[in-house]
Design a protein around this ligand. Structure first.
Ligand code: MN
Ligand code: MN
Length: 307
């Protein structure tokens, strides 16, 4: 078993999961604790842009944890989004900005939950609370998380806390947030060399409602039309995912990050829950949702309610 306390975000890690794990480790070192950031999946292109910008390595990949392994979770809490073996790990703490579900521990823990737009905003406030100086590296890591999760503060999940944090982090890092942010987001929309199977799993969240299993996946793009050229193959990949994992519903949100809209593909025996959620008919298994960019706030709650 790994001696050190391991820090990780969710499976199919996004920029917040990777960067917040790294920032958590930096913060822990400042507090005198020897922890280690790891990751539960491949680095996406957006996150790779951040790591390259800073010239740093990705955290080590882990597949599972052994019984009794001490862990800290960031950017998630639901066990079905976490590492294999999480049920028998010793969870020392959670820093998260999602609903709490499918989560329980045998022992007391630190649980830092805030309904902010990003985990890194919570960590930013921890630096402040503890009186630690924020250096350029962690400023860029946290800024990148906030830009990613809030789509440059345009997502309805954005709070005043995120705005304030990003402004200050931009000053510390001495970067033009708009310019850096757009470059970073665009790096993540290069989907050409992904197969359809990879594409639908890039940012997929597995969910469970009283035993009904469903997935809400999301891809960011600057052209919904471009992604829809692959609809037929995407549907084939989605249907095999449904069959393989016994899913009742698979939702793929194709989100236009420039215009803040999404086209949603919904398949599975409960695809009509998407119709009920938005009071719109699926046509060709698709529906256009104007102004919808946030899975957490605009997709998951309404779909979940209709399952
Ligand atoms: Mn995340
Ligand atoms: Mn997040």
């Amino acid at each position: 078993m790994e001696e050190k306390v391991l820090i990780f975000g969710h499976k199919n890690p996004d920029t917040d999961s990777i960067c917040s794990s790294l920032v958590h480790e930096i913060l822990d070192k400042k507090n005198g604790w020897d922890t280690k950031a790891v990751r539960l999946g491949n680095i996406n292109k957006e996150t790779q842009y951040v790591l390259d910008y800073l010239g740093i390595e990705a955290p080590e990949l882990i597949e599972q944890v052994e019984e009794g392994q001490k862990v800290l979770l960031v950017d998630h809490n639901e066990f079905n989004q976490s590492v294999e073996g999480i049920q028998k790990a010793k969870i020392l703490g959670v820093t998260d900005h999602h609903r709490i579900a499918n989560f329980e521990t045998a022992e007391p823990l630190y649980y830092n939950a805030k309904p902010y737009g990003c985990t890194s905003t919570i960590l930013f406030e921890e630096f402040k609370r503890l009186g630690h100086e924020i250096e350029k590296k962690e400023a860029i890591l946290m800024a990148s998380s906030i830009i990613s999760d809030t789509l440059l503060l345009k997502s309805p999940t954005t709070t005043e806390h995120d705005k304030k944090a990003l402004e200050e982090l931009g000053e510390i890092a001495n970067i033009d947030i708009e310019k850096y942010g757009l470059e970073m987001l665009k790096a993540g929309t290069d989907l050409d060399d992904f197969s359809e199977e990879e594409l639908i799993n890039l940012d997929a969240k597995s969910l469970d409602k009283n035993g009904t299993k469903f997935v809400i996946a999301q891809v960011n793009t600057v052209s919904i039309e471009d992604v829809l050229k692959r609809q037929e193959k995407l549907e084939k990949a989605i249907n095999s995912e449904i069959e393989k994992n016994g899913l009742s519903l698979f939702v793929l949100a194709i989100t236009d990050i420039l215009n803040s809209n999404s086209e949603v593909i919904a398949l599975g025996s409960m695809a009509n829950s998407v119709e009920k959620a938005f009071d719109k008919k699926l046509e060709n298994n698709r529906v256009f949702l104007e102004g919808v960019v946030s899975r957490k706030k605009q997709l998951l709650p309404v779909i979940d309610k209709n399952i």
